[in-house]
Design a protein around this ligand. Sequence first.
Ligand code: NAP
Length: 255
Amino acid sequence: MLLEGKTGIVFGVANKRSLAWAIARRAAEEGARIALTYQGERLEENARELAATLKDPLVLPCDVTRDEDIATVFSTVKSEFGSLDFVVHGIAYALREELEGEFLNTSREGYRVAQDVSVYSLTAIAREAAPLMEGRGGSILTLTYLGGERVIPGYNVMGIAKAALDMSMRYLAENLGARGIRVNAISAGPVKTLASAGIGGFSKILEHMRNHAPLRRNIDQSEVADAALFLLSNMSRGVTGEILHVDCGYNIMGM
Ligand code: NAP
């Protein structure tokens, strides 16, 4: 039980296919008590149904574009849990029209929204989480994608967001390291979820990876969850500011 007696908060559970849900479930199996957040009433039922399968969960609304929502989440977690050992940031959003056609046509508003929801939220969350994690060897984990390191046609403005997310993760790792808090990312290979369904040509991305990754297959959510368990637990106590690729090795390929 790698997370026995630990508490964590997981942002980004939309449904049972969400990477954040796979991580939440895996962490709970290893003994952690989990708080889940959902974005709006639309997803509350889903989040509550999933959370009901966990032991003693906390389920809270949070739209990460609202500072007051983030503050309420952490004050509730403080009063219910007392302290916090880990945070999972599994949130991304871009306007649908930005994920098709050319990056060249990115609108100012599309750029702003992608950065606000998918990138700034990590910093806003880390700032609120840090006081609850101090002295506990806390771990913060975000989910990124290769489209922030290399050009993946169609990923467009979200690629720019992931590049900024990767650097935010590293700056936060430096800032919070002195307080014993680690910040890392998993770069997941493509997986069919609600968010990825909005990416133009996503089935082509899946097929390309299946044919060209060293392991010649796609990944699934459970592989991300197992890697997350490593990064959330004491097993990775010497690791911070790192991007761990869970992508069947695809990122090493030149062609
Ligand atoms: P997902 O299940 O759709 O999760 C994305 C989550 O972000 C949803 O719960 C979504 O809620 C939430 N979200 C969007 N806007 C929000 C806001 N303003 N406030 C709070 N929550 C908000 O898809 P996923 O694929 O698991 O994505 C999780 C993370 O993994 C993302 O960062 C994604 O980029 C990353 N990732 C995914 C893949 C992949 O192939 N699936 C690969 C690499 C990295 P709503 O549904 O309400 O918008």
